[in-house]
Design a protein around this ligand. Structure first.
Ligand code: GTP
Ligand code: MG
Length: 441
């Protein structure tokens, strides 16, 4: 593939001990000779002067030359390790542009690595996720995605689908024999195995998405139920104002907490009531908006039953709601988790571990998950589509007792899986994915 030569700073803007500039493309050899006087030994750190087109010294430092195809991008790559100041680095980039390179677009190095089969799409995305990870667990999981754990699971399932489809197609190809697919035990077993593999992969990917993006939990309830007290308790700081006046909170308040490695964003909201004043009404509107985007909601209820307001039934559909009975220090109820409902006191802290456990459950988060990898919404959507095709094919088989429809749905399912790793991916999707990377990646 003929490509032009791109250049970008690989280290972040600002000052540091070392600043790295990376060049990749067909012209790297010529540019390296011009800037360094001669081509350095491959993969050997060599101290050189870095000169611009006019022969003036711009900086001096280590040059590293990786001839194609043994490089990150699969093209010839030159890395220049100079001094880490924004002006020096931009002079160096300018000099390389003068010599024939062009400024790289965001994610362009990774995109070339993908196009040259150095990485699949999941791995390329994992680089961005590793760089952006917010907890140590997320970083470890991203590294696993980068090493191919997620890709291998996807490829493994795709292969199972192919074998199942071959089995079906081989049977279809002998029409003289009247075959009843539903009495083919080996075929039914393959279908079961695929269904189980979908189940496992979906659960792992869902956890991977939560590891990457965090989990958003909105606290709702009537005024004075103790929502803000709970936010303060969980976040370990006096973030929200707490008073005995009903209607204290009007704005939406967000706090990041770490639940055993799971990054949770807690959202405190205005108490829901039916006859609010104008400020509260706006607060309630914002509370509902926050709910609509949340992964889960906690409905805080005053266990003493004294708070007045809107009923829980008014909550929007689609967000799982956990009832939390607060103020058990006043009622004497036992702290803990009973039938999916939590009993606690936001004042004394009793029962808080039960709530943390409930949040982990809701998120499908398992801290023991040694094989955990990161995943994105995009992956979950593709997996969902693959699963839908598979299910559709399976019911078609049950209804028609013939294999044609199943074979076609299996093909579509496999195609959807291929979008995850990039085996089948439209150019505009690629453009979108890589444009979200930072420049120099
Ligand atoms: N005894 C007891 N009092 C509590 C508990 N949790 C909250 N309170 C009290 O209940 C009152 C209301 O608490 P907040 O945390 O402000 O309640 P809220 O749900 O945020 O109220 P609004 O923002 O007005 O909707 C305060 O006086 C708290 O001290 C608890 O577990 N036990
Ligand atoms: Mg409040």
């Amino acid at each position: 593939m003929a490509t032009d030569t791109i250049v970008a700073a690989a280290t972040p803007p600002g000052t540091g001990g070392v600043g790295i500039v990376r060049v990749s493309g067909e012209d790297v050899e010529r540019i390296a000779r011009a800037m360094l006087g001669s081509l350095p030994e491959p993969r050997t750190a060599t101290y050189r002067n870095f000169r611009n087109a006019a022969g003036e010294r711009v900086d001096a430092g280590l040059a590293l030359y990786f001839p194609a195809p043994a490089s990150f991008t699969g093209e010839s790559v030159l890395e220049l390790h100079g001094h880490g100041g924004p002006v020096v680095i931009s002079l160096l980039v300018d000099a390389l542009i003068e010599l024939g390179a062009r400024q790289a677009e965001p994610g362009e190095f990774s995109k070339r690595a993908f196009l040259n089969d150095k990485l699949d799409l999941v791995q390329a995305e994992a680089i961005a996720d590793l760089i952006g990870s917010g907890t140590a667990q997320a970083a470890r999981a991203a590294l696993r995605s980068l090493s191919g754990t997620f890709s291998r699971a996807v490829d493994g399932l795709a292969e199972q689908l192919v074998r199942l489809r071959m089995h079906v197609e081989a049977a279809i190809d002998f029409p003289e024999e009247e075959i009843d697919f539903l009495s083919d035990a080996a075929l039914l077993q393959r279908i079961e195995d695929c269904a189980a593999a979908f189940e496992t992969l979906s659960a792992d990917a869902k956890q991977g998405r939560v590891l990457r993006d965090g989990y958003q939990v909105v606290i709702v309830g009537r005024p004075n139920a103790g929502k803000s007290s709970l936010l303060n308790l969980l976040s370990g700081q006096d973030a929200a104002i707490v008073t005995e006046v009903a209607g204290t909170t009007r704005d939406v308040l967000r706090e990041q907490i770490d639940v055993d490695g799971l990054a949770v964003e807690l959202v405190d909201t205005a108490g829901l009531r039916n006859d609010p004043n104008r400020i509260e009404a706006e607060g309630i509107r914002r509370a509902r908006e926050a709910l609509a985007n949340a992964d889960a909601a906690l409905w805080i209820q005053d266990a003493t039953g004294t708070e007045r307001g809107a009923p829980k039934e008014n909550l929007p559909e689609g967000v799982p709601v956990t009832v939390v009975h607060n103020k058990i220090d006043l009622t004497g109820a036992k702290p803990g988790l009973v039938d999916g409902e939590v009993y606690l006191s936001a004042q004394t802290g009793e029962g808080i571990e039960a709530l943390r456990q409930r949040i982990r459950e809701l998120a499908g988060y398992d801290n023991q998950g040694e094989g955990a990898f990161t995943a994105r919404r995009r992956h979950l959507r593709a997996l969902r589509r693959a699963r839908d095709h598979f299910d559709k094919g399976r019911s078609a088989l049950e209804e028609t007792r013939a294999g044609e429809l199943l074979a076609e749905e299996l093909r579509l399912s496999q195609h959807a899986l291929g979008e995850i790793t990039g085996t089948f991916t439209a150019d505009d999707l690629l453009g979108k994915i890589f444009s979200e990377f930072c420049i120099g990646k």
